[in-house]
Design a binder for this molecule. Structure first.
Ligand code: AMP
Length: 450
């Protein structure tokens, strides 16, 4: 199927073409025609499947009739409200909506916490048709009458499961109550829990259900590795992986903000460019950390689950679970940052003796066995404390005596490499600069001619 078969206006197709998208992803094929037909949609789709365009493009199409260049705020009421769990996701959706709608006279705006209210107040008061928001800050604006919802035609709940996990349900209920019942509602969730189904039952009318990947599955292009370590060896193991070049760039997950800060300092002390991203950092710091990582200026972004949710980072080769997640569904979310757009990716999980149960829970959830890789041998000489400092900017020698033996990555050819990676036809071997979204989420090759 081609984008031109979906029934989108030419002015939207022009923007899609400029994005370099040649073919709709599966979620786009499924969702776009239904949204254009006015249907409510409940979609199980992870970030990385092209879900943002799957709701934004048809929404822009349906809102085209309201496009105008009047300067009067009254001519630009909120017509579409997109709720997201995190500031980062809000900013990403806002950016995508601007790009997809760049040839239309529809205004796009974004409100989230952690930044001053005033510029947002000015933006809301001058009028905006498409508003992307995190629930808490949006309610602050509702409380001070900066925004009204009587003209809202579309409500999108993006990453609904995560909004519930983060305790936003009461806020979302308050917001939904303010939106006209005649609206079209689109709910996106990486997982379908009972809570999500219940909410969908309350808020969606006879929704079309779209599921592009079976529940709680992981992309087949990801290789999963478990490294058995002790708690005190974790940082040394990570440094080894990074210094040996086994891991070129990684998003590393810690379960706590304090742990993330500590690890970031330990890596920096080893002259490994690293930054942390978590909710105690200001929005400006978080944005800068993400930008530096995306630009390749930092090698490691150390993140907590909430901050990393929904991050869209192209060609991220590695995700490291420095701490295994408490909740096994978070494993799916975490590793979903790699192996995107048909690229190969590797998820390396550090597993201490206390983590055995968590590994079992993850394996059960994703219905795959995580394969064990041998950790590097760490020299436990008295000098090998991880408090040793190195001057910033001075690269550590690869012959660092802390680590007697380099980490040996399991390669595809290695007979001992039993990973869940499969030679699926969908997996493209070539490493291209920018590729279409995950081959797995693309329709089969035979459809492409249509
Ligand atoms: P999302 O799942 O919305 O976070 O999208 C993930 C990435 O896929 C983003 O970088 C999009 O720009 C990209 N993308 C979305 N739709 C397509 C498409 N049809 N072809 C190629 N890339 C796409």
């Amino acid at each position: 199927m081609k984008f031109t078969d979906l029934g989108l206006d030419d002015v939207i197709l022009k923007a899609v073409n400029e994005e370099g998208y040649t073919q709709p992803t599966l979620i786009q094929e499924e969702a776009i025609p239904n949204v254009l037909n006015g249907r409510d949609v409940m979609a199980a789709a992870q970030t990385g499947t092209g879900k943002t365009a799957s709701f934004t493009l048809p929404m822009l199409h349906r809102l085209l009739r309201h496009a105008n260049s009047s300067t009067s705020p009254a001519k630009h009421p909120v017509r579409a409200l997109i709720l997201t769990p995190t500031r980062e996701l809000a900013a990403q959706v806002d950016e995508s909506a601007r790009r997809y709608g760049k040839h239309l006279s529809l205004r796009v705006g974004c409100v989230y916490g952690g930044v001053p209210m005033n510029p947002q107040v000015a933006m809301l008061r001058s009028g905006v048709e498409i508003l992307v928001a995190t629930p808490g800050r949006l309610l602050d604006h509702v409380g001070t009458n900066n925004v009204r919802f009587q003209s809202v035609e579309f409500l999108v709940l993006d990453e609904a499961d995560r909004m519930l996990d983060m305790g936003f349900l009461p806020d979302i209920k308050r917001i939904v109550d303010l939106i006209p019942a005649t609206r079209q509602t689109l709910l996106f969730s990486a997982t379908y829990s009972e809570d999500i189904r219940r909410l969908a039952g309350d808020w969606l009318r006879n929704p079309v259900k779209v599921e592009v990947a079976p529940r709680n599955t992981v992309t087949e292009t990801i290789k999963h590795t478990v490294l058995h370590v002790t708690e005190q060896d974790k940082s040394r193991q990570l440094v080894t992986l990074l210094q040996e070049g086994t891991v070129s760039q990684a998003l590393v997950f810690c379960n706590t903000k304090m742990g993330a800060n500590r690890l970031t300092r330990q890596l920096q002390n080893k002259a490994i460019d690293s930054e942390a991203i978590h909710s105690d950092r200001s929005q400006i710091e978080r944005t800068a950390a993400l930008d530096n990582f995306k630009a390749g200026k930092t090698k490691v972004l150390v993140a907590t689950d909430i901050a990393a949710r929904g991050l869209d980072i192209e060609q991220l080769p590695h995700v490291v679970n420095y701490d295994l997640p408490h909740n096994s569904e978070d494993y799916v979310h975490r590793i979903g940052r790699t192996g995107r757009a048909g690229q190969k990716g590797e998820a390396i999980s550090f597993c201490t003796p206390e983590d055995k149960e968590s590994v079992r829970a993850i394996e059960k959830l994703i219905n795959k066995k995580l394969e064990v890789s041998a950790p590097s041998k760490v020299n436990r000489s008295p000098t090998s404390t991880n408090t040793r400092q190195s001057r910033p900017g001075v690269q550590q020698s690869k012959e660092d005596s802390f680590f007697s033996k380099p980490y040996v990555a399991q390669t595809d050819n290695s007979p001992s490499a039993k990973t869940i990676e499969e030679s699926s036809a969908a997996v493209t071997e070539k490493s291209e600069k920018k590729k279409p979204i995950a081959a797995l989420f693309m329709p089969p090759a035979s459809d492409k001619k249509n």
